[in-house]
Design a protein around this ligand. Sequence first.
Ligand code: AMP
Ligand code: MG
Length: 428
Amino acid sequence: MTASFDLQHIASCVSEYDPNALRVDAALAVIQGSVQPVQAVERLAVRAALGRVLAQDIISPIDVPAHDNSAMDGYALRGADIAVQGDTVLRIAGRGLAGHAYGGDVPAGSALRIMTGAVMPAECDTVVPQEFCRVEGDTVILPQGLVRAGDNRRLRGEDLARGKAALPAGKVLRPADLGLMASLGMAEAPVRRKLRVAFFSSGDELRSVGQPLDPGCVYDSNRYTLWGMLERLGCDIIDLGVVPDNPQAVEAALHTATTCADVVITSGGVSVGEADYLRSTLSRMGEVVFWRIAMRPGRPLAFGQLRANAHKAWLFGLPGNPVAVMVTFYAFVRPALLHCMGASPQPQPMLRAVSAQTLRKKPGRTEYQRGLLTALPDGRWQVSAIGNQGSGVLSSMSQAHGLIMLHHDQSTVQAGDLVDVLLFDGLV
Ligand code: AMP
Ligand code: MG
């Protein structure tokens, strides 16, 4: 991890740095300017590398495909033999199958019966799909105007050329990438090591699943939403449970977390409440800033670096409210973790959808509203804000397809206006 974390310096590079009313983009810039990728690399079997971050560029050692080959079942011929007027009539010289190349010649005026993936004879440059042809004895007849020279032939190296970059370092490996590596004959992939992320929930009122729910208490749900979001990112997760509102317990948990993880996430206890000991303890253990972010939900946020013996870890102190935890995770923690994992920056895909209703909003903060999508008859998407947007209401988060993102400078949205929607689900 970094030599030392100089927040003042990083913050001075960010315009509009006001810790008491920090723009979402300014806070994210400070965070991204601070955290560093893990360096260790491991080699994994290609399948085990799914979802991991590629540590080095992959240069293709071979041409893919290795030979010119047919893209169709049909007849390979010389483009020059295609008649300008009337039918083309060619003698069938033989047969080439995928994995069984035709060994002989294909003289001028003849064609080769060929299957998809079969090696193209050197003399031929064109394939006529079989459904265009008529076969009579040992001749094949092709009506005029159905193919041009060069059609239906896959060129050697057209997918990946030998010596060229096939995959860039920093890519989060998707199913297509596994297939691509296999197509190069690679059995293993170099990936960055997994990020270790520890978390705990803080609050005397929290009970864990399996315990009786005492009067005035709530079950701890944040450790489940956090687990889900971290698992999807492919982190190694260390769940440190519920920690009561008491300075010794909080300090012990932070100490354990810092010694075993790259990143520590806490929820609850960062707002200015009487029983919230987290702030003073965090300040003692490292360089931590307490921000009030110009956003809703999720205003209080702590960020910094903790030290315990020779260990260092990045700290995200999230608010306690269950929806605020998820929103601040998506807004700040997720991009920071991807950066720590060594992933190249990726734009967050947003859907532009028609707002079904007026959404009241004052410029000067970013707002995230839980939204339901429906397809309009004209093919556009419409989004409606779900009734209960309380920051403790997890049920509307569960129902939502995504978050309507009302940007910092945006004002009230009228019904029919287009808005940005961050989708919870993609093609995974
Ligand atoms: P705090 O940020 O600690 O002031 O908590 C704000 C609100 O979120 C309170 O109503 C807490 O009871 C609730 N809360 C805090 N942590 C959790 C948690 N882990 N699971 C469910 N609710 C929580
Ligand atoms: Mg609390």
